[in-house]
Design a binder for this molecule. Structure first.
Ligand SMILES: *[C@@H]1O[C@H](CO)[C@@H](O)[C@H](O)[C@H]1NC(C)=O
Ligand SMILES: *[C@@H]1O[C@H](CO)[C@@H](O)[C@H](O)[C@H]1NC(C)=O
Ligand SMILES: *[C@@H]1O[C@H](CO)[C@@H](O)[C@H](O)[C@H]1NC(C)=O
Ligand SMILES: *[C@@H]1O[C@H](CO)[C@@H](O)[C@H](O)[C@H]1NC(C)=O
Length: 468
């Protein structure tokens, strides 16, 4: 009761005379931004995907602000409205879905319109405030090309698609300065915020100091005024380079169910994920979170190149969100899968980057690592099935499975999940023969010398999802 009272007060303090007044319309409509999103790439496109998320054209990288609100999933993403290669002028593309499989595009949600983001709107996260009101914290690039943190909120909370976003009038909320000694080129990617039992919100932001990665912690009691905590939530003890896109969330011990980012309790363990800009890979650690000292204590720290990874292939700048769409309770992981082709090839095909299939993510029974599995909903796209019964594949032999067409693998991406989700490897592939309607073959190799028993082999053709 007391807690809901505090939440209510918080809500009014932010929205009563806060955000609604403070973010009053700024609205320059950048027509070229809107128009660019209308047309799609043309010509022969053997590598565009059928059920992996991608925009109609151009460059996409990090997933941003994923969330569920009123039964609708939102995915925002880093998008270059002008080219198929990265540029600092990134904006937030926006699509919505009711099943995480089929997606409807909307106009870009956040694009340069204030001094505090005039040179780019970079990554950030959504937080659902008490009362079900989402807000977004994101990194803006200001006129001096400094990285600063900004706040945005939906213009119309009654719009189920949250199509228009307005910005806090007094952005930026957080700046690098001589007092905090944060370097303005290393201050980005605010996480989803979580609420402590003291009523203060917490958020972490990626940084580095003297080549050591940092997840800098900030606290606020109104989501507007943020103070840097005495210590980072966690920092590297050696030269790791910049940490991007930090993600910090609770997982249940001995249950696959997900929980809200602000939950805590005796059966809760914590995951800290950071994206090492140098490698570039997503590493995570499992540990405990001391909410009084506001520090994360990993079971097997510190972070190193041999720390656990979400994925041992291409998968970067990932972000999770809590999905409690009735009757679900799960945590979903989104991750950007970069191309392996050259920038010249990307310009030629007119686009670059896809998102991995959203994955459920939870703690293994051992408590030592996370498990991941593609969301169940993706199975609704399954068509014709090929099923092989038990058989032995002798050492050095190859089993060929035919009857598939090339259009039925997802064209240029392969995601593999080994040992029931313990090891994931994502790869980009650009076939030259198995394209369009050509017949495709599935081969099972046993390159070892021992005979191997294949318990079962099932394969499905996949229908096309509606992607933007
Ligand atoms: C807000 O959205 C609702 C639902 O789409 C719509 O009926 C209403 O007219 C919108 N309000 C404004 C001010 O645009
Ligand atoms: C911040 O980092 C950049 C890039 O490494 C460096 O050139 C610059 O000198 C640093 N600024 C300060 C104030 O240390
Ligand atoms: C993305 O892939 C391209 C091509 O392989 C590579 O040059 C680039 O460094 C990659 N970027 C990241 C951030 O992974
Ligand atoms: C496994 O064997 C197949 C067929 O002989 C061959 O094409 C493939 O390159 C081999 N893979 C490895 C990893 O050696």
């Amino acid at each position: 009761m007391a807690l809901s009272c505090i939440w209510l007060m918080f809500f009014f303090s932010l929205f009563g005379h806060g955000v609604l007044e403070l973010i009053e319309a700024f609205h320059h409509v950048y027509l070229n931004v809107h128009q660019t999103a209308q047309y799609s790439t043309s010509g022969n496109q053997p590598y565009r995907t059928s059920y992996h998320f991608q925009p109609p054209n151009n460059w996409m990288n990090d997933p941003n602000g994923p969330m569920l609100r009123l039964g609708i999933y939102h995915l925002f993403y880093q998008y270059n409205p002008k080219a198929a290669v990265w540029g600092s002028n990134l904006i937030w593309g926006h699509s919505t879905s009711t099943d995480l499989v089929n997606w409807t595009p909307h106009d870009p949600a956040i694009y340069p319109s204030q001094q505090s983001d005039i040179n780019g709107c970079w990554s950030g996260s959504a937080t659902i405030l008490p009362g079900g009101h989402p807000v977004i914290l994101y990194t803006g690039i200001d006129p001096e090309n400094r990285q600063v943190q900004n706040l945005a909120a939906p213009k119309n909370f009654s719009d189920p698609f949250l199509r228009e976003w307005v910005k806090f009038k007094h952005n930026p909320l957080l700046t690098p300065n001589s007092k905090n000694k944060i370097n303005a080129t290393y201050f980005r990617d605010p996480s989803t915020a979580w609420l402590g039992s003291d009523g203060n919100w917490r958020v972490i932001i990626g940084s580095q100091k003297k080549e050591r990665g940092l997840a800098i912690l900030f606290k606020s009691n109104d989501f507007v005024h943020w103070e840097e905590a005495e210590k980072p939530l966690y920092s590297a003890n050696k030269d790791t380079g910049m940490w991007e896109c930090p993600d910090f969330y609770p997982v249940l011990f001995k249950s696959p169910l997900g929980i809200d980012t602000s939950s805590n309790g005796p059966d809760v363990r914590y995951v800290l994920k950071v994206s090492f800009f140098r490698t570039p890979h997503d590493y995570y650690m499992i540990g405990t979170y001391n909410p009084d000292k506001d520090i994360f204590i990993p079971d097997n720290g510190p972070f190193k190149d041999s720390s656990l990874r979400y994925d041992y292939g291409k998968f970067y700048a990932s972000k999770t969100f809590f999905d409690d769409k009735y009757p679900l309770h799960r945590r979903i992981l989104w991750g950007w899968v970069n191309e392996s082709s050259s920038a010249i090839d990307d310009i030629k095909k007119g686009w670059s980057g896809v998102q991995a299939i959203p994955r459920s993510i939870w703690l293994d029974k051992s408590g030592k690592q996370l498990l991941q599995w593609p969301i169940k909903e993706i199975e609704t796209l399954r068509g014709t099935q090929i099923e092989l019964p038990y058989q032995v594949l002798s050492g050095g032999s190859v089993l060929e499975v035919s009857g598939l067409t090339a259009a039925q693998i997802d064209h240029s991406i392969v995601e593999s999940f080994g040992a029931e989700g313990k090891a994931c490897i994502t790869a980009r592939v650009y076939p030259t023969l198995a394209i369009n309607d050509a017949e495709a073959h599935l081969y099972v190799f046993n390159n070892g010398t021992e005979n191997i028993g294949i318990t079962r082999l099932s394969a499905w053709s996949m229908k096309k999802a509606q992607i933007n």
